[in-house]
Design a protein around this ligand. Structure first.
Ligand code: SAH
Ligand code: SF4
Length: 392
């Protein structure tokens, strides 16, 4: 694989923006930027605070409900700072309404998905960072479709704000009304859209009305292992939770399952994870999708245990969600149990994800793929909509 991966992909200058660049939205800007933007519209600067309070504080996305603004101001501000970025195409729910999934159409017709999972102690939303993904992991529905484009900062933030509003409206009798956790485990490789993802994270953690006021620790960025970007993330003033999608402890197999491994090998990517843990004090979640007769052998469990022993790591075993047409399947439960036992016996904390949301084609990538290929409708669960230990 060439070294020319889209590691950091800043927004193009206005003159070069193509038709697919999403319109600017207030969530693209920090508070100072919003003040400048409203001033440029001839509005007093305090309007920036008012609109931010509606959007981030009250979770109101519809300008018509911002009734303390005069109709004229509202119209001007809505046109310039509150364009519709996400239009729901399909909404599914299960588990008594505590698992919900939305398929969105973006302004240019691209499709992405997000999933909400409500538990007794938390509400987690899983967001997409790109339409499609260019990393080509052969077991992943998103990877099979290739990359369409990066999402803008506001397209990412708006997925969270939408679901935060649903949580306030009520998800069920035992589910908190405040959205607390965000995982970047939907469509796309977040670290290949670094600047926009980081800006989105800054909006999520900034206190209202600048942002949503979430805890840094409650935000999980899951990566395929783009080493320079992991190093860069470790140098930010943020203590996010890092999830590393390892899926194989040896280069031979990882080269195949995670093609980016041809550029950054297992030893190198693990070293960057340990640097991240040392810099942030955060335990790294090692993601391992168990694939029958591919990566689930006892010797691979032992090797994984040896690589992770005495490190600040937690293993998250994910039962594979077979993608349509794939030759791969999930490992049998007995094999999964033995794998788990061996990793734990090396002293490494490890858990298996509980599945969540089977009835709603539970995960990012697969539904969007099935929209484009109707014969794939109603396939089983994919990875989203599963209880992710990574976000804990
Ligand atoms: N691109 C990032 C984040 C999105 S994928 C990454 O790869 O980490 C989120 C997680 O789902 C990753 O751990 C990914 O390997 C896993 N995943 C993808 N397809 C899957 C499938 N069919 N079954 C189980 N897990 C899958
Ligand atoms: Fe992209 Fe992650 Fe899927 Fe790999 S697993 S293709 S990095 S979304």
């Amino acid at each position: 694989m060439s070294t020319a991966l889209p590691l950091v992909d800043p927004a193009p200058p206005a003159s070069k923006r193509g038709r697919t660049t999403p319109p600017r939205h207030l969530a693209d800007l920090d508070l100072a930027g919003r003040r400048a933007a409203v001033a440029a519209l001839g509005e007093p600067e305090f309007r920036a605070g008012q609109v931010s309070h509606h959007y981030f504080g009250r979770l109101v996305r519809d300008p018509a409900r911002m009734t303390d603004l005069s109709p004229a101001s509202r119209e001007r501000i809505a046109a310039e700072l509150l364009p519709t970025l996400l239009t729901p195409v399909k909404e599914l729910s299960c588990d008594g309404g505590t698992t919900r999934k939305t398929l969105w159409r973006l302004h240019d017709g691209a499709r992405v998905e997000s999933v909400l999972m409500g538990y007794r102690d938390r509400v987690t939303v899983c967001v997409s960072s790109q339409a499609g993904c260019g990393m080509g992991c052969p077991f992943c529905a998103t990877g099979q479709a290739g990359l369409t484009r990066n999402l803008s900062t506001a397209e990412i933030v708006d997925q969270v704000v939408w679901f935060a509003g649903q949580a306030v409206d009520g998800l069920g009798p035992h589910v908190p009304s405040r959205l607390s956790h965000v995982v970047f485990m939907g469509m796309g490789e977040p670290l290949a859209n670094y600047n926009r993802v980081l800006d989105a994270v800054r909006r999520l953690v900034a206190p209202a009305p600048e942002g949503l006021g979430l805890s840094q620790r409650h935000i999980t960025v899951s990566t395929v292992g783009l080493v320079p970007a992991i190093e860069r993330l470790a140098g930010e003033d943020l203590a996010l939770t890092l999830a590393l999608s390892l899926h194989a402890p040896d280069d031979d197999l990882r080269d195949e399952l995670v093609p980016v491994n041809q550029r950054w090998k297992v030893a190198e990517v693990l070293q960057s994870a340990w640097n991240y843990a040392a810099r942030t004090g955060r335990r790294v979640s090692i993601e391992y999708a168990l694939i029958r007769d591919v990566n689930d052998q006892p010797w691979r469990a032992d090797l994984l245990g040896r690589l992770l022993a005495n490190k600040l790591a937690h293993v998250n075993l994910i039962p594979l969600n077979p993608t349509p047409g794939s030759r791969w399947d999930a490992s049998p439960k007995s094999v999964e149990r033995e794998f788990l036992r061996r990793v734990r016996s090396a002293g490494v904390p490890a858990t298996v994800r509980d599945t969540r949301g089977r009835e709603i084609d539970g995960a990012c990538g697969q539904l969007a793929a099935s929209e484009n290929r109707p014969q794939l409708e109603n396939r089983g669960l994919t990875r989203l909509g599963e209880r992710g230990k990574a976000e804990q």
